[in-house]
Design a protein around this ligand. Structure first.
Ligand SMILES: Nc1ncnc2c1ncn2[C@@H]1O[C@H](COP(=O)(O)OP(=O)(O)O)[C@@H](O)[C@H]1O
Ligand SMILES: [Mg+2]
Length: 246
């Protein structure tokens, strides 16, 4: 498979704090790569550098083989549309309906006409199981439903790659499944996904590759069965033990 996304030697510092210390990572087209690791290891910073919410200090980010690290202006806007991102916090517009939350971004960002945007939004909201909630306001939905609106909104940009940053971490346990099911279905449909997650069952069952990050480096990577059952690195083993046997 050709790499849709490649990260090469990525470096990021916040002042004296060296957060990313040369991260390499390849996401083949249609693959799901999961990133696990302790809090503070640089996982969110990695994703934010990939879709250029943060400026990296070194290394490169290639989308379809083209460097996107130095892009500015309209070329950067285009790349941000090609790389969708969903966060732990849903960041929905509270005074807009569910439907409008998904419609508005398309109209503003992609300059899609209203009718076309409504049709696309309705279809995406059906796919995430929210057909009943089109006219509801976000504050009246559960966290899991709000997160599914956020996923639909990201998908409305027709991204080629989706980045997920611990999207189920703020949810009550009983709401996690519906969100993970949506992500599983996206993976099944062939979406290219880079997923930071604490959901070990998702990482194990859905990913093509799992990376364990600690201290701003990738400590270990491999197929999920191997990483989860026979990790090569002591640090990985300790982390998994803590997560899986709390
Ligand atoms: N905007 C920022 N300014 C300064 N330090 C930051 C900023 N964002 C993250 N950090 C620091 O960088 C490190 C990695 O953070 P983060 O990427 O959020 O880790 P993770 O997502 O793995 O928990 C942490 O020590 C965090 O405090
Ligand atoms: Mg994080």
């Amino acid at each position: 498979m050709s790499p849709k996304l490649r990260i090469e030697g990525l470096q990021k510092r916040y002042g004296r704090l060296h957060v990313l210390r040369g991260v390499d990572l390849t996401v083949p087209a249609g693959a799901v790569i999961s990133v696990i690791g302790p809090s503070g290891s640089g996982k969110s910073t990695l994703l934010r550098c990939v879709n250029r919410l943060e400026e990296a200090d070194g290394g490169d980010i290639l989308l379809d083989g083209q460097s996107i690290r130095e892009l500015r202006g309209p070329a950067l806007d285009l790349v941000r549309r090609r790389i969708g991102m969903v966060f732990q916090q849903f960041n929905l517009f509270p005074h807009r309906t569910v439907l409008d939350n998904v419609v508005l971004a398309q109209q503003v960002v992609n300059r899609t006409g209203r009718d076309e945007a409504v049709a696309a939004a309705t279809d995406l909201l059906r796919q995430v199981g929210l057909t009943e909630k089109l006219d509801e306001y976000p504050g009246r939905l559960s966290g899991g439903q709000q997160q599914r609106v956020a996923i639909a909104r990201a998908l409305a940009m027709r991204p080629e790659v989706m980045l997920f940053d611990e999207v189920t971490s703020a949810l009550d346990p009983e709401l996690v499944t519906d969100v993970l099911d949506v992500m599983r279905e996206l993976a099944r449909q062939g979406m290219t996904m880079l997923v930071v997650t604490h959901e070990m069952s998702f990482a194990r069952d859905v990913s093509d590759e799992v990376l364990f990050m600690d201290g701003g480096v990738v400590v270990e990577r491999g197929d999920p069965a191997t990483v989860f059952t026979a990790p090569a690195q002591e640090r990985t083993a300790r982390f998994l033990d803590r997560i899986l046997n709390p």
